[in-house]
Design a protein around this ligand. Structure first.
Ligand code: FAD
Length: 489
């Protein structure tokens, strides 16, 4: 049997282990942490369970496909439900909107509450589907770094539609054109944060994202987001994959231009192929430090990071759903702070994710597990302790104003995750959530490929390489990578 070694058990590393095992490889995974999943892990404190990182689940077929590939029935191993309300939005003036998954119902809600014609929503989501249909096959499912991608019939068709794909405008400008009401423009601009970008800079092409949430759906794994990690980890184990925890790889061994294995504390281990799932920037600084550095790619601006308060709250708030957004009064100023000033705006948009709404045992009876998050700049050496203390005050004040409560005395459990700890726990450069930002139109081409052009038998997957960050794209990176391995054979 050919042998494959994988560095990192992030969601893409786990998916890669499954795909390579299915292809007949003997697979071993080396993970620096004591647990699998990287960013997609969980936290349990005094009767409260929190999903530590990702909270929004889209494109569940990417998870199901892995069970099917292994000849197993996904329904028996991984259960999830489709949300009726993708998100509950709140503003300071008392206005509220529910993003119903039924597009017509959402369009009617927008017309009733904001006076925006319902047709504007339907047309915007049709445009979003159009972008998806043209770009997904090209950018999400294939390597951008192979000639064949650019000459296949799908690509040729898309060249003819360039003008309609949003490449030449920004997300904000496109949203100002398709909607009248500033609250709706703000709501649709928020989709830029789904890959850590700035709606006032990122190309309108990213208006592809609402298609996922509205036209395909937002989902919730019945056992919580962490079950994505655990069910796939179990699947990998059932296929014979070996996982080594607390086993950081110190170096990728290269001989005569070929990757031949890895070095860990236990010594050298040799293999036919090596797959890196560690963040690319930190990988080149550490385990690939002796190799030629792709400077241009490594210096690309990173996506935003997050500040999260995991709060055990000893009260039930019936107005709150699984996903809740309390919007900033000045969105432009908020993004200016995140991307240009490297600081946190005093009136940030607050996201509250409460899994106990759907999974009651995530909090004690009558209580809720609040994952309270704001988008913040990536780590550039700011005085985080000071910024976090100020942000905590501003977040509480905003929640108190909008939900008409006094939250601080209700918080009985608190943990904090910030850009520094995101980097130390997952090795993500500058604590960025999604690798490079997509703030310029060439960003897709400035992500690292899924293979090394200098070193044979070395491949890459994960949120910092093509096609990008987020669970679905990270899973797709493992798919593209495995296809390259097979075609190189
Ligand atoms: P990572 O999760 O980055 O894991 C990499 C792994 O490699 C880690 O376990 C690390 O310990 C290990 N490693 C690193 N170096 C070494 C070494 N030398 N040796 C051995 N092991 C090593 N995505 C969504 O789809 N929806 C969301 O709602 C969402 N929200 C997010 C919120 C937060 C707070 C965060 C942090 C991320 C969020 N994301 C979201 C993004 C998503 O979590 C990531 O894109 C995805 O999980 C990245 O997976 P990955 O495979 O690249 O690996």
């Amino acid at each position: 049997k050919e042998k494959a070694l994988i560095i990192g058990s992030g969601i893409a590393g786990i998916a890669a282990s499954i795909r390579l095992a299915v292809k007949g490889y003997q697979v071993e995974v080396f993970e620096a942490n004591a647990y699998p999943g990287g960013k997609l892990s969980e936290l349990v404190i005094q009767g409260y369970r929190f999903d530590a990182g990702p909270s929004l689940f889209t494109l569940p077929d990417q998870v199901e496909e892995l069970f099917k590939l292994a000849g197993q029935n996904p329904d028996e191993h991984f259960k999830y439900l489709k949300l009726d309300v993708a998100c509950h939005y709140f503003w300071e003036d008392g206005k509220q909107l529910k993003a119903w998954s039924d597009v017509n119902r959402f369009a009617e809600e927008v017309e009733t509450k904001l006076g925006e014609p319902a047709s504007h929503i339907r047309e915007a989501l049709k445009r979003s589907a159009f972008i998806y249909d043209h770009l997904a096959p090209l950018f999400m499912h294939r390597s951008l770094h192979k000639f064949g991608t650019w000459t296949n019939p799908q690509a040729l068709k898309s060249y003819l539609k360039m003008g309609k794909l949003g490449i030449f405008s920004t997300m904000n400008k496109a949203n100002e054109q398709q909607f009248q009401h500033p609250k709706l423009i703000q709501l649709f601009n928020r989709y830029a944060t789904y890959n850590g970008s700035n709606p006032y800079q990122t190309p309108a092409t990213l208006n592809i994202i609402p298609h996922l949430e509205f036209n395909i759906g937002a989902f919730f794994p019945k056992k919580g987001m962490h079950d994505i990690t655990m069910s796939l980890y179990k699947l990998a184990k059932s296929l014979g994959v070996t996982y080594h925890f607390i086993s950081p790889v110190e170096e990728i061994l290269v001989e005569n231009g070929k990757a031949v294995g890895v070095l860990t504390k236990e010594g050298e281990l040799r293999a036919d192929i090596v797959v890196n799932n560690m963040d690319m920037v930190n990988a080149y600084k550490t385990i690939l430090r002796k190799q030629k550095q792709p400077k241009l790619l490594l210096e690309q601006p990173k996506s935003s990071s997050a500040l999260i308060f995991y709060w055990g709250v000893k009260q039930h708030f019936p107005a709150l759903d699984l996903h809740n957004i309390l919007f900033s009064g000045d969105y432009k100023a908020e993004f200016d702070h995140i991307f240009n000033k490297g600081s946190i705006y005093s009136d940030p948009t607050v996201y509250i994710n409460i899994t106990s709404v759907y999974k009651e045992d995530d909090a004690p009876a009558g209580c809720m597990n609040w994952f309270t998050m704001i988008n913040v700049p990536n780590n550039q050496g700011q005085d985080w302790d000071k910024m976090i203390a100020e942000a905590r005050k501003n977040i509480l004040a905003k929640i108190n104003r909008i939900l008409k409560t006094d939250l601080d005395p209700l918080i009985e459990v608190e943990e904090i995750l910030d850009p520094r700890t995101i980097e130390s726990k997952t090795s993500s450069a500058q604590g960025a959530l999604y690798g490079n930002s997509s703030n310029n139109k060439f960003a897709a081409f400035l992500r690292h490929a899924n293979f090394s052009s200098d070193i044979k038998n070395l491949y890459f997957c994960g949120g910092s390489v093509h096609p990008g960050g987020g669970i679905p794209l990270s899973l797709l990176s493992a798919k593209i990578m495995t296809e390259l391995v097979v075609s190189d054979l």
